[in-house]
Design a protein. Sequence first.
Length: 358
Amino acid sequence: MTTHVGPERPPWRRLFGVPLIVTLAFAGLMVLTAVLTGLPLRDPEGFLGPSYVRLPLTVLGVIAADVIPRVLLQRPAPRDLVRVTRRIFKQRWTGHRMSVAAAGLASFYLAYVAYRNLKSFLPFLQDHLVDAALVETDRWFGGGGNPADVLQQLLGTGITAEVLSFVYMIFLIFVPISLAVALVWSKDLSLGAWYVGALCFNWVIGTVTYYAVPSLGPIYVQRASFTDLPDTAVSSLQESLYRNRLTVLADPHSTQSVHGIAAFASLHVSIVFTAALVAQLARLPRVVRWVMWIYFVLTAVATVYFGWHYVIDVFAGLAVGGLSVWLAAVSVGRANLRFGAGKDQNLLDARTGTAALR
């Protein structure tokens, strides 16, 4: 006797069905909030044009990043270049694989744009700040002093500031690069979907924490603790964000800028922790895991050192990142992986046949 289980869902629905539903609902909340409050919606960081231009360009970019190196490794003669490129493209980018990449990019983009806009709405919807209470928690963690002062005295304010500034700023390129790597170069499609789904959950859960504990961060309420730091890319960014805050608060309709200041929880910490945790659980090469954990530690230190976040924001970021990794694991069928377990068995590939899409 046979049992009919119905038609198999396409890979993009198996891998990104849940994240797409969540991010669509999140984007719907953004639109509803804008309509009810009369606040404008913005497309942040849109230097490449509107989303209907930028998203296809991103898809084409990650495909090119996958195909071109493989063509170059073949060292084809000039007359064979088009033929080899076409062959590799057809091998690598079947309709199923392209749909998975497009679904992943769409999920990430919806979550990120909703996150940035809801973060920009925050000062209009939450008219109180809890920085005074968070300052007290910092004093407890600092043994009665300011944790940022402790770090600056311990580590110095010279070359250390430059190094930590570099570490903090590379986050701006780390996110899109890691997104592309996950969707393009991951041999296991479920692994890439796990990471991208976790990024989406980070934006959603992080926004909830912003509204639950509205705060600006030490640099904006305790500036005296950071006057000894040299001018760095971080200090320039902090000043730019504060100017944007004043501009948006003055008249959100007269600027394309968005409000981008919120302390609790630290999404810098949560995102990098997410990447390190996924690398550990998926048993990526040892050097990758070591690099990611070092990057995580330095990022956590930098957020407190420069006054972006209170110490408790870092712990909250760990919670957001850990929860996001677990939710994404459940959504793609990898929730039974254990920290430090043996080599990944590509469980989802075995069940659904996505290995055929590699």
